[in-house]
Ligand binder design. Structure first.
Ligand code: ADP
Ligand code: SF4
Ligand code: MG
Length: 316
C-alpha cells in the first residue's frame, strides 16, 4: 500500500491573551505538540484521547482549517504548506471531513440535494446541472438515502440519517482522505453500528483513507487498522489495533481500555475502580517530564524529569 498522508512533527499552538493590567504576558496553549504519522491508501488510523487532548485541532491542522505553528503535511507526496492558493484548492478537494453533531453541521435552510451539491458547486463549478444531479443521486444511494428524500430538509431526518447526509456531502467529491471527527459520538449505540458499517463499506468501494477520531476506544476498535493515542497534544502510543488492545504499553492506553464499559450492566455497576484518576491537566501548563505523571498509578520521582519515548509500531 502506498502512503497517502504523511504528517511530520505537526504543532498547532494558540496564543492566548495574558491576564493582568501591567504588561500582560501572552500564554501559549500547545494543543498539538509534535505529532507525526503516516497513513496508507485504504487504511484507517483511529485517533483517541480524552476531550481536550488535541484531536480536533490535529484534524483541522491537517486539513488547513487552522494555522500550523510548525511541521509539515504531505498529501500524495506533495507538501501542502508551500502550495499556491490554486493548487492548495485542488488538494483540499481531496480531503474532506465529517463532523460530530450531524444536525448542527447541516444548514437547516437547505434541502438534502442542495447540501450534498454544495461542494460540487464550490470545487467543480463548470459541472452542468444534470451531471451534478446525477452525482448527488448516486452518492445518496451509496450512503443509503432514498431518492424521494432529495427535497427534504435536515430537521425531517433522524440523527443517523443526518450523519448519512454529512457523509454524502463529504464523499460527493470522491476524496482520497476522509477525516471523521467523532462522527458517531452523538448517536445511539445501534445507530453507531450502522454508520460504522456504512463507513467500512464506503472505504472498500472508494479505497478511502480515513482518520477516525473518538474519545471512546470501543468505537475506534470497530473501524481502525491502527490506533494512535494522544495525551495533551502529544502521541503516547501508536500500534496496530489488535496489538494496542491486547498489549497496551502506556498506562494511559491501559486506563482508556479499562474505561470501556462492559456490556453486562451488573458487572459494569460492580466495577470497583475508576481507571482514570483526576482531570486532564491544563494544556497551558502541562506537568514537567511525563505529562501523564499526575494521573499515572506507576509514576515515580524520575517521571517528573523524564518522559518515555512513545512506542510506535509501524507496519511493514
Ligand atoms: N481556537 C482555539 N483557540 C484557543 N484554544 C483552542 C482553540 N481550539 C482548541 N483549543 C484548545 O486546544 C485544546 C485541544 O482542543 P481540541 O483539539 O478541541 O481537543 P479534542 O478534540 O481532543 O477534544 C483544548 O484545550 C482547547 O480548549
Ligand atoms: S508517569 Fe512515569 S510510569 Fe507513568 S507513563 Fe509517565 S513515565 Fe511512565
Ligand atoms: Mg474534538
Amino acid at each position: 500500500m502506498t502512503t497517502l498522508l504523511h504528517v511530520d512533527d505537526l504543532k498547532v499552538h494558540f496564543r492566548l491573551p495574558g491576564e493582568g493590567v501591567l504588561r500582560p504576558k501572552a500564554k501559549i496553549l500547545r494543543a498539538v505538540d509534535g505529532i507525526s504519522f503516516n497513513l496508507k491508501a485504504g487504511e484507517t488510523l483511529g485517533i483517541v484521547g480524552e476531550s481536550g487532548c488535541g484531536k480536533s485541532t490535529l484534524a483541522r491542522g491537517i486539513l488547513g482549517l487552522v494555522s500550523i505553528t510548525a511541521g509539515n503535511v504531505w498529501l500524495a507526496g506533495t507538501e501542502l504548506g508551500h502550495l499556491d492558493m490554486r493548487s492548495l484548492r485542488s488538494y483540499r478537494k481531496n480531503m474532506q471531513i465529517v463532523f460530530q453533531d450531524p444536525l448542527a453541521s447541516l444548514d437547516p435552510r437547505m434541502t438534502v440535494s442542495e447540501i450534498i451539491a454544495e461542494p460540487l458547486q464550490v470545487f467543480e463549478p463548470r459541472l452542468g446541472k444534470e451531471a451534478r444531479r446525477k452525482k448527488v443521486q448516486s452518492i445518496m444511494e451509496q450512503v443509503g438515502l432514498l431518492p424521494n428524500q432529495i427535497n427534504r430538509y435536515p430537521h425531517e431526518f433522524s440523527g443517523g440519517q443526518c450523519q448519512r447526509i454529512g457523509i454524502a456531502r463529504a464523499l460527493v467529491l470522491k476524496p482520497s482522505l476522509l477525516v471523521c471527527d467523532e462522527p458517531v459520538s452523538a448517536l445511539d449505540v445501534s445507530i453507531q453500528a450502522q454508520i460504522i458499517n456504512l463507513l467500512l463499506d464506503l472505504q472498500e468501494e472508494m479505497n478511502l483513507s480515513m482518520l477516525f477520531i473518538a474519545h471512546d476506544l470501543s468505537v475506534v476498535k470497530q473501524i481502525s487498522h491502527r490506533v494512535m493515542v494522544m495525551y495533551l497534544g502529544k502521541m503516547v502510543e501508536t500500534a496496530s489495533r489488535d496489538e494496542l488492545y491486547r498489549n497496551p504499553s502506556h498506562p494511559y492506553t491501559r486506563a482508556l481500555i479499562d474505561a470501556i464499559p462492559i456490556p453486562d450492566p451488573v458487572i459494569e455497576r460492580n466495577k470497583h475502580f475508576s481507571p482514570l484518576q483526576g482531570d486532564l491537566p491544563s494544556p497551558l501548563s502541562p506537568p514537567s517530564g511525563c505529562s501523564f505523571r499526575t494521573r499515572c498509578p506507576r509514576a515515580t520521582d524520575v517521571c517528573a524529569t523524564e518522559a518515555p519515548v512513545p512506542r510506535e509500531i509501524i507496519p511493514e
